[in-house]
Design a protein around this ligand. Structure first.
Ligand code: ZN
Ligand code: ZN
Length: 406
């Protein structure tokens, strides 16, 4: 038996004046069929009352306790952009920024500089107080910074004030440990060295000549220590993979050592993209026991407050699911359909409202739920579960669980 966890990012919503949500409003015959034939419920990815980020939610959906494994965005970002992170590394997300001679921030995104590959090279591989600096740009003004060495701590402040017109803040330790003090000192040095090296860099001389803002500083944020996480395959004794379009989810997948499947044609129309993703999923099921697939789009529409777009996108996903169901054997594959969090149109941000969930496949205890939406699935047999419960439930259905006790 195999299992798919199909995540519609930002799926859940709150009722509008008419009492509708994009999911309830959308024409979704396949999702409804799955609800009819499967076991339904509602799900809180991290915990009841917690509106999670996509990162913490996905850790939970992969069966990890997000409170012990999530140490900050930096480690997952660095992992996602291809840094071979190691337990104990201190990792950050970074912006290239423009500062004046007093290190006062003029532009937090360095004029949205497009190509930073040459600039990356002057920072990557530096040694500061015996600590190795790993630096990797991740497209345009974004980058990841990793400090690798002994006696480091992530209990330090950030180097990004999230506003312009103020100086780059001095990094300070957040506790009295020698490690925190040492890490703060080193990061302050890295920020200073970065300015010295970047400010006079030919790329920036050229930008000034062209009237563009130089990328002459880095602003590290999202600090975290790379956690010690048991690989997914080892933990569950199955072979897993992940299909997702965003770097953040890619980082989560790589951190738990799931194979990451890149999908061609991600730049095509939404329909092409979804068809390619569906084919990638079907293909992956030949090799893997478990595939987590994340489909973005609904979340973006929600952040923009675009009800119609979210509804239309959910309908496109329904067609994608129809195609997937036509091409798998119900006796061989379980499909869990849910989201990672609600992103209500009215809020334009993530909320703690639970998300509908259905598990569809052989021998599940079918309930009375006949439609898949926020108002119907809570009556189903799964009741209200947490994200962390999904993998164990699937392992049990797949005959891969172990008896607890005699
Ligand atoms: Zn999300
Ligand atoms: Zn979001």
């Amino acid at each position: 038996m195999k299992a798919v966890v199909f995540i519609i990012d930002g799926l859940g919503d709150r009722p509008n004046k008419q009492g509708n949500t994009p999911l309830k409003d959308a024409h979704t015959p396949t999702m409804d069929k799955m609800a009819k034939e499967g076991i339904c419920g509602i799900m809180s990815a991290v915990d009841i009352g917690v509106g999670p980020g996509s990162d913490t939610a996905h850790l939970a959906l992969l069966g990890y306790n997000p409170y012990t494994t999530y140490t900050g965005r930096g480690p997952f970002e660095a992992c996602g952009v291809g840094v071979d992170v190691k337990t104990g590394d201190i990792a950050f997300r970074c912006n290239f920024a423009t500062v004046d001679d007093n290190l006062t921030i003029i532009d937090r995104r360095a004029g949205r500089i497009k190509n930073t590959e040459e600039l990356e090279q002057v920072l990557d591989g530096l040694k500061v107080d015996g600590v190795e600096v790993i630096f990797k740009q991740s497209g345009g003004y974004r980058a990841a910074l990793v400090l690798r060495g002994d006696n480091l701590s992530d209990k330090i402040t950030e180097g990004d004030p999230h506003k312009e017109g103020v100086p780059i803040p001095e990094i300070k330790p957040l506790d009295n440990s020698e490690e925190a003090k040492r890490t703060a000192t080193i990061l302050n040095k890295v920020i200073k060295i970065a300015y010295d090296k970047l400010n006079s860099h030919p790329v920036n001389e050229e930008r000034r000549k062209n009237g563009e803002l130089p990328a002459n500083a880095i602003l590290p944020r999202g600090v975290g220590m790379v956690p010690n996480i048991q690989p997914f395959n080892e933990k569950n004794d199955i072979k897993g993979a992940c299909i997702a379009g965003t770097g953040l989810i890619k980082g989560i997948a790589k951190m738990v050592q799931l194979d990451y499947i890149d999908v061609e044609g991600a730049t095509g129309t939404p329909t092409t993209n979804l068809k390619n993703k569906a084919d990638a999923l079907l293909n992956a099921l030949n090799t893997y026991d478990f595939v987590l697939i994340n489909v973005k789009g609904a979340d973006e529409a929600s952040h923009d407050g675009n009800y119609e777009l979210k509804k239309e996108f959910i309908e496109k996903i329904d067609e994608m699911l129809k195609y997937i169901l036509e091409n798998i054997d119900k006796n061989e594959v379980y499909i869990t359909l849910t989201g990672d969090h609600s992103t209500p149109i009215e809020k334009k941000d993530h909320s703690a409202d639970p998300i509908p969930i259905v598990i569809w496949g052989k021998s599940v205890r079918t309930d009375d739920v006949e439609t898949f939406n926020e108002f119907s699935t809570y009556k189903g047999g799964l009741c209200w579960i947490k994200g962390e419960n999904i993998v164990p439930i699937l392992l049990d259905l797949m005959g891969k669980s172990h008896k607890y006790g005699a």
